[in-house]
Design a protein around this ligand. Sequence first.
Ligand SMILES: [Zn+2]
Length: 409
Amino acid sequence: MKTLKIFDTDAFVDSNEATVTDCKKSNKEGYEDYYEVITDSTIFAPEGGGQKCDEGFFDDVKVIDVQEINGEIVHFLESEIKADTKVLQKIDLNLRFRRMQNHNAEHLICGLIHAKFGFDNVGFHLSEVRNDDGSLESIEAIMDVDGPISAEDLKEIEMKANVAISENVPIYAILPSAEEAEKISYRSKLDISENLRLVIIDGYDVCACCAPCLDSSAQIQLVKIVDFFPHRGGMRLTLKAGIDAVKDYIALHDDNKGTMKILSCERGRCAEAAERMNVKLTEAHEDKVSLKRQITVMLEKELKNTIRMQESTYIVYFADSIDEIQARALINDNINEAEKVIIVMFEKTDDGYRFVAGKNENLTEISLKDLAAKMREKLNARGGGSEQMIQGSIAADRDTISEYFKNEP
Ligand SMILES: [Zn+2]
């Protein structure tokens, strides 16, 4: 006798007294520690059609998995329950309800797409995020259709689906015979005629499906297409429905409030305000580049004077707030002026400076590599480089550095 699938026609039964008809140690790979239990009736929907099996217990024994194997619904349990034993089956109806909200929302969206564009659903699964304790955080439905749809058209489909939800139309499943099925027009991913089960959203969709379904469209509550992109010649859509869509709306609202505060803008004006901010940032960046250029020109003049005035071979030049590009430009533009070693100290911090040093090519008797070694020893410097240019950082203050170079290293 085949197991009576109670969920086929009533998805809201969350406990059921059943009798075990068969129980054996499993030899399925990965399930060797468990028992395969078959019952005369069940409220456990097996894994299939893009969603996981129901979760719950037989009395207080946890159901690990439920699979349909050769037409039989097989429950995998942690311990043995002998045949003819009566058990109380219990499922997590809250989990099933959220799955049904997302799954039936997918039916509704696909039905509307099929009616308008004739495209078929060619892929579907429910993606679940769990918390550390195993409880459900969120569900979304991911579905593929076999044709392209514009953003505008998707918006229209989404609105129509939400109108259908507000109309509170019945949702139900039927199990037609092969002859009856021939007279019905329905969507189906597979070519099934035997054991066909159709889920009907009255006036909107008829689809072959094995999963438990809601009683009415209003139970879907809300559907939002949260993402879509071209995929294998068609589209991949991500939907959130029911409680999961509401949770998403609340989270987005909080996020939006934070953004409104930062941008000092009204609700619904964040994109506009962000665009204005972006323009301002670009202008500020251009100003900064121009100011840096002007500063470099001024510093170059000052450095030229310093080179002219100082007799020392080592010219130490402090330019606290310039960056590395500016420091290198200062050296490159002045190194041919005189036979000197120019050391620029830049990006001042509490600990010291970064530095870059270059030498005039006629100074063959001076080795910058040797200078780097001495600076490492005497000035807590780090870094090195070539004979023509060295760079790094110095952990010393301005006076210590100036004093060191005054005495010629
Ligand atoms: Zn389905």
